[in-house]
Design a protein around this ligand. Structure first.
Ligand code: SAH
Length: 396
């Protein structure tokens, strides 16, 4: 096995159990390794520290599989790691009975580059690193064994694969997708999941708990849901007894799916729902001009800042929508505002929202700090895994 020799001092992040080895930390590779091969990571003074996957094309040159430098990285290793990840979800009461659950959340579950989401009998797998890609078969076998699922569908079409020199790959890797539309029930609401071409692996599982909270806060309120996608927040708001729900998205197909989702739930009062295909930045201004007011507003935009380099422009976009969000609230109204940008930390996000409230001339306080659901854990050693943050703010 090849040995990755670190430059002096670069062993420190490994002692803190951080799994990434950047190009600048690599002194040299002793021996030969192809992309995805396992290498032994060795400190500059010759101490073996870990076993990692070699990724020559990526700025992250290696990702650690095990901090035991003697660990065998083989089929059995992945079966154990997948089973352990699935078992952790099974032990969390809030996840029990959920049909849509993230089973593997990459680095946070000790499996860098591996995402697996279960939607009923189907598991969707996304592999984003050379090492994960190499162990596809073992990971699929582990998922089938741990879940008894009927099908594993691969959605390895994320852009980040390009950084690893990997081509996109989609299709069934175990079993067959069931005929017809795949649906899940999330906290009493049925939603269709398009595993073949929906966003992420087909659904935003990370917002599950926040959608439920929206439902609880929505009772008796006029709700505005911006960037509604397939209507997750909208339908939970209706289920929670919202007086009305206006949902906005710029994607026609997403709104079509949202309408189908509403019709999948005859228990909800469809007469209270209105769908609007528009650019949110423009629509918020138009609503303000029309003098509209809402008791609850959800802002769940796409990732404006994929990395810190985009932070400044993203900050202006977040400021803009939050400013109009606050302006559209009635007294006592609540703004639920999210950022899923890795490049914008919680502290900066809170500053942006605070600035928006000041500019809107409202007095607001945080009533909930929100994050991703517990099936999207954040490894304490890998804080950059925290991407989703939300603030629920109530105005006076
Ligand atoms: N809240 C959703 C997920 C939102 S994803 C859920 O819980 O499922 C972000 C959505 O924003 C996508 O549906 C995308 O079509 C939409 N979008 C992106 N830019 C937009 C814009 N400028 N105006 C309106 N919608 C936009």
């Amino acid at each position: 096995m090849a040995r990755l020799i670190l430059t002096p001092g670069k062993e420190r992040s490994l002692f803190r159990r951080h799994p990434w080895i950047f190009a600048g930390s690599v002194e040299r590779l002793d021996g030969r390794a192809r992309p995805g091969d396992t290498v032994t990571v060795v400190s500059a003074d010759g101490k073996p520290l870990a076993r990692a996957a070699w990724s020559p094309e990526s700025q992250i040159r290696a990702r650690v599989w095990s901090f035991d430098a003697d660990a065998a990285i083989d089929h059995a290793f992945f079966k154990r790691a997948v089973a352990a990840s699935v078992a952790r979800r099974a032990s969390i009461p809030a996840l029990q009975g959920q049909e849509g659950v993230r089973l593997i959340h990459g680095e946070s579950d000790g499996l860098p580059g591996v995402i697996a989401d279960r939607y009923g009998a189907v598991v969707v797998l996304q592999l984003t690193s050379a090492g994960a890609d190499k162990w596809r078969e073992a990971i699929v076998a582990g998922l089938v064994q741990a879940t008894g699922c009927a099908a594993v569908f691969e959605r390895s079409d994320s852009e980040v694969r390009g950084l690893e020199g990997l081509a996109p790959r989609t299709g069934c890797v175990h079993g067959e997708l069931p005929a017809g539309t795949l649906t899940i029930v999330e906290n009493g609401v049925r939603m269709e999941v398009d595993v073949e071409s929906g966003h992420k692996t087909g659904f935003y599982l990370d917002q599950r708990d926040n959608r439920l909270l929206t439902g609880r806060l929505a009772a008796g309120r006029d709700v505005l849901n911006c960037f509604c996608y397939t209507g997750g927040f909208s339908l939970q708001a209706l289920a929670g007894g919202a007086k009305s729900v206006l949902s906005i998205d710029s994607s026609g197909p997403a709104l079509d799916s949202a309408r189908r989702n509403l019709s999948l739930n005859p228990q909800l009062d469809a007469g209270r729902a209105e769908w609007h295909e528009a650019d949110v930045f423009k629509a918020l201004r138009a609503l303000k001009d029309e003098g509209r007011r809402f008791g609850l507003i959800v802002l769940d935009p796409p990732k404006f800042a994929p990395s810190a380099a985009h932070a400044e422009r993203a900050a202006r976009a977040y400021k803009d929508i939050n400013l109009f969000g606050f302006r559209l609230l009635e007294p006592g109204g609540i703004l639920m505002s999210y950022s899923c940008s890795g490049g914008i930390g919680l502290e900066l996000f809170q500053k942006i929202v605070a600035g928006a409230a000041i500019d809107a001339g409202v007095d607001a306080r945080i009533i909930y700090r929100l994050s991703a659901a517990p099936d999207h854990p954040i490894g304490l050693a890998v804080p950059e895994g925290e991407y989703l943050k939300g603030l629920a703010c109530q105005v006076g």
